[in-house]
Ligand binder design. Structure first.
Ligand SMILES: Cc1cc2nc3c(=O)[nH]c(=O)nc-3n(C[C@H](O)[C@H](O)[C@H](O)COP(=O)(O)OP(=O)(O)OC[C@H]3O[C@@H](n4cnc5c(N)ncnc54)[C@H](O)[C@@H]3O)c2cc1C
Length: 288
């Protein structure tokens, strides 16, 4: 099948892209970033945008750098750019380990970090990362700039707080203190497939106790979620396998799978329990 007819625009500045998008947003004009989701969807006619605003020629959107305590990831930064640590601390290492789980090399070479966020798949690794790390997402339109906390960005399955005329220009990720420990675990049918369940667990270890515990779970419902009760159960405690099993039970009980049958929902909760327990153990260096 071939895509529906569309007009193609290739602006060279952010200002031109915003003007163009504003003029075509009401006519299902869309941003084209890496094209790894949008182009197949167009080929299958699941998406029929009348205008594509290709942002790949905009140099300002290629920014990938640390500024103080924040890592800036611009809208044209590809997944592959994070495969080697982009900063010397735990954040650079975390990103370089997580990126290996995203699709296959050709997709990692074209697809973009911000495109994944805008696409808002509940099984997207980057959606899980920004949600768990409390990142801030920056959107621009002809009306100006606004910052959206990750907790307010993902509204539901493939639905975000972005307006039709807004471009997600940058993701701002807080750098992690040196005492940060993290663990990431994912279950997928085959290497490169979207996750059936995944967990990112992050905490700082102070005097043998876990502080600022953050546990995110993805692939199990329409959006990635934070396991708030599991986080509270671990906060201030010493790492311990029995505690991690308890936290995994709490996380599994809190998720709301979208699977069709009760059996499938139970299976998904079991996967969630497994990845949470494994990610926490990995973070604590108690690998199971
Ligand atoms: C076979 C296959 C396997 C995959 N496996 C995984 C996986 O395991 N994990 C995973 O996370 N992803 C996976 N993906 C998706 C891949 O990571 C895509 O690259 C990503 O979801 C979208 O990024 P993109 O830059 O290609 O966006 P595009 O395809 O260009 O755009 C996707 C959508 O987001 C919008 N958009 C893009 N950028 C912006 C922006 N800056 N501002 C506003 N709107 C924007 C577009 O208009 C479009 O609606 C897979 C894809 C394929 C084809």
């Amino acid at each position: 099948m071939k895509p529906s007819p569309f007009a193609y625009h290739e602006p060279e500045t952010l200002e031109d892209a915003l003007q163009l998008l504003a003029s075509v947003a009401d006519d299902d004009g869309r941003i084209l970033a890496g094209g790894q989701t949008l182009v197949p969807a167009m080929a299958l006619r699941l998406a029929r945008p009348s205008h594509l605003v290709d942002i790949n020629r905009i140099d300002a959107l290629r920014r990938l750098e640390v500024d103080g305590d924040v890592l800036h990831i611009g809208a044209c930064v590809r997944h592959i750019a994070l495969a080697t640590p982009v900063e010397p601390g735990p954040l650079g290492l975390l990103l370089s380990q997580v990126v290996r789980h995203i699709a296959h090399l050709p997709i990692r070479t074209r697809g973009t970090f911000c495109g994944s966020l805008a696409n808002a798949d509940g099984a997207s690794e980057w959606c899980l990362v920004v949600n768990t790390l409390d990142a801030v997402l920056v959107a621009h339109s002809t009306r100006g700039r606004r910052e959206i906390p990750a907790s307010a960005f993902f509204l539901g399955y493939m639905t975000t707080a972005l307006e039709a005329d807004e471009i997600l220009t940058t993701a701002l990720l807080p750098r992690l203190p040196a005492a940060t420990r993290f663990g990431f675990d994912e279950i997928a049918r085959r290497a490169g497939d979207f996750a059936q369940a995944m967990c990112l667990a992050v905490f700082e270890l102070e005097d043998g106790k876990m502080r600022r515990v953050r546990i995110g779970v993805g692939g199990v419902s329409g959006t990635t979620v934070r396991a708030a009760q599991a986080e509270a159960a671990c906060e201030g405690q010493a790492p311990d396998p029995a505690l991690f099993d308890h936290a995994a039970q709490l996380a599994g009980a809190a998720i709301d799978p979208v699977d069709a049958s009760e059996e499938a929902c139970d299976y998904r909760r079991a996967l969630a329990r497994t990845v949470v327990a494994r990610a926490l153990a990995q973070a604590a260096g108690l690998n199971r």
